[in-house]
Write a protein that binds this ligand. Structure first.
Ligand code: NAD
Ligand code: MLT
Length: 536
């Protein structure tokens, strides 16, 4: 499978993908329209903040399955469009938060102590230190807008240097303010009025864009200082430049712009303009928040791990997946088991499904099982030949098929600790059932198959046969397999209580089996029906 990387990530992360068997192409420094054209043929895409994963790019892609955002903010990813296309979107929200928080704190020192302007002066033979008298942070009030991952770290660090920290965040509970140990502002105005330093740490969205304009800047104390290391456009750049010029804002530190420059071009090769570039008392860094060796390593390692897992069909915490708050370690084996139960159906049966009822029995009934059901549906759709189904679009794809899905739970169970029972109601009026369970930590076992009691551990390749329960049939089948150098891994026979003359045989084999071999076995006297079940 092929992965396109359009913005630089750590080299060891690229090597990891190659070691995992992926073909990786680094396509760096290209324009958006070039990337939109180039995306064809790639199964995975890794971007940072510059590449826009928009409708055009997604429409042009022909086999894209996962987009990895190497970083935190997802304002450059059209998550809805990804979901519509079944593309899994992952990011690395935790991997660079310390780097971003530390930059904001560094900016606070820099603008309180005129560090950058003094440095520039000295390098230009100006040593008049009296021009660069600053203020101390100790004892001042810092207002944190957005008390999320980064805002909380910044708040703790600013408290550590002796500032009084207040915060405004309308979307989090009081407990979070108490945990971080900061005063909660009832509204933005309260924060603006009380702060000597304001630092923004919200995402960029319709609500937060232009949240600080001229009006807000003039509610602040005269001489306030402002930091934006979150996203450009949260502060209106023209209004900030004017407030800096008037002295209403004594200093600003800006790491991010509303429209960002190209961060790869040689000096003098782009005509980037921004009103803040010439604003007085404004420190500007080129979106450096996440630029530490540690963050680069963390982000690269995490995004490549997620992309690799998603491409291998494993469940990953994706931005566009239903959120899951249960115990993942407990249900993970059942997610895999459910997908196998789903894939089994159309490999063994051809009748169209009208309705599915899935019942979680035993201890499993107390777990959050929605994701297990999605996995079952994904398996069924894969069995129907739908290659583009992922956890993000499976629900919708299933609804499109018009198949009704009912989920039920009961703690009642006879033989096992947990059981997934799936009833398939077919178009021709039958009800076919599959039961699966987990033995030990992760051994996936089929315990009933369309009415036959089984005890069969899932394997990559299984030959499932209905045969006359008479001596000699299995011997003939084994001889055929042996003549094709196919080793048998495991065999099991199941019977129905009321139909003793027929057995359901499951033969797990060590390597793939061709259709010719299946056809040969089908001709054996006593073999009534045969299916090849593949699960790798
Ligand atoms: P987060 O989601 O953990 O926290 C954001 C917080 O903002 C949340 O608590 C949310 O409730 C709050 N919020 C949302 N709307 C708000 C509003 N209108 N007013 C006040 N609060 C509001 O995000 P995070 O990981 O802390 O990231 C914060 C920002 O930093 C993001 O914009 C992210 O893209 C950016 N970031 C920048 C860099 C960089 O290189 N400069 C690096 C990493 C992250
Ligand atoms: C982020 O959102 O992770 C940061 O803005 C860093 C980046 O993507 O360059």
């Amino acid at each position: 499978m092929k992965i396109l990387v359009t913005e630089s990530i750590a080299e060891d992360a690229i090597n990891y993908l190659k070691d995992e068997g992926f073909e990786v192409e680094e396509y760096l420094g290209h324009k958006q329209d070039e990337i939109e054209e180039y995306i064809k043929g790639f199964d995975g895409l890794i971007v940072r903040s510059a590449t826009k994963v928009n409708e055009t790019l997604l429409a042009n892609s022909d086999c894209l399955k996962v987009v990895g955002r190497a970083g935190n903010g997802i304002d450059n990813i059209d998550v809805k469009a990804c979901t519509n296309k079944g593309v899994i979107a992952v990011n690395t929200p935790e991997a660079n938060i310390m780097a971003a928080a530390e930059l904001a704190v560094a900016h606070a020192f820099a603008i309180f102590r005129n560090i950058c302007v003094a440095n520039e002066g000295v390098h230009n033979d100006d040593y008049r230190r009296g021009n660069w008298i600053g203020n101390e942070l100790e004892g001042k009030t810092a207002g944190v807008i957005g008390l999320g991952r980064i805002g909380s770290i910044v708040a703790r660090k600013l408290k550590g240097i002796g500032m009084t920290v207040i915060a405004y965040d309308p979307h989090i509970p009081q407990e979070k303010f108490d945990k971080v140990g900061v005063k909660r502002c009832k509204d933005l105005e309260e924060l603006l009025k009380e702060s000597d330093l304001i630092t923004l740490h919200t995402p960029k969205n319709k609500e937060t864009q232009n949240m600080i304009t001229k009006k807000e800047l003039y509610i602040c104390k005269r001489g306030v200082r402002i930091i934006n290391a979150a996203r450009g456009g949260l502060i209106n750049e023209v209004d900030l430049a004017e407030a800096l010029a008037s002295g209403q804002v004594a200093g600003a530190a800006i790491d991010v712009f509303d429209i960002e420059p190209n961060y790869n071009k040689e000096p003098g090769t782009q005509q980037y303009e921004n009103v803040l570039l010439t604003a007085p008392n404004c420190i500007i860094t080129p979106h450096l928040g996440a630029s530490t060796m540690e963050a680069n390593h963390n982000v690269g390692a995490k995004v490549t791990e997620l992309v690799a897992k998603a491409l291998k069909g494993e469940l990953v915490a994706a931005i566009n997946m239903p959120s899951f708050s249960g115990n993942m370690a407990t249900i993970k084996p059942y997610i895999s088991l459910a997908e196998k139960l789903g894939r089994l159906y159309y490999q063994a049966e051809s009748s169209a499904i009208k309705k599915i009822e899935v019942v979680y029995r035993g201890a499993l009934a107390s777990q959050e099982t929605g994701i297990i059901t999605l996995s079952l549906l994904k398996g069924i759709l894969e069995g129907m030949g739908n290659e583009h189904v992922t956890f993000v679009n499976v629900q919708e794809a299933f609804e499109d098929c018009g198949i009704e899905v009912v989920e039920a739970k009961t703690t009642q169970i006879n033989k096992y600790n947990n059981l997934i029972n799936v009833k398939f109601y077919t178009d021709d009026g039958r009800q076919l059932e599959l039961d699966g369970t987990i033995f030990g930590q992760e051994t996936e076992v089929l315990v009933s198959f369309f009415g036959y009691e089984m005890n069969f551990q899932f394997a990559n390749t299984i030959i499932a046969m209905q045969n006359k329960d008479v001596p000699g049939v299995i011997g003939k089948v084994a001889t055929i397999l042996g003549s094709h150098d196919i080793n048998i891994e495991c065999m099991h026979w199941g019977r129905k209580a009321d139909k003793k003359e027929t057995a359901q045989s499951f033969v797990a084999v060590e390597k793939p089996v061709s259709q010719d071999v299946i056809d040969e076995i089908a001709k054996v006297d006593g073999v009534n029906r045969i299916s090849l079940l593949e699960f790798n």
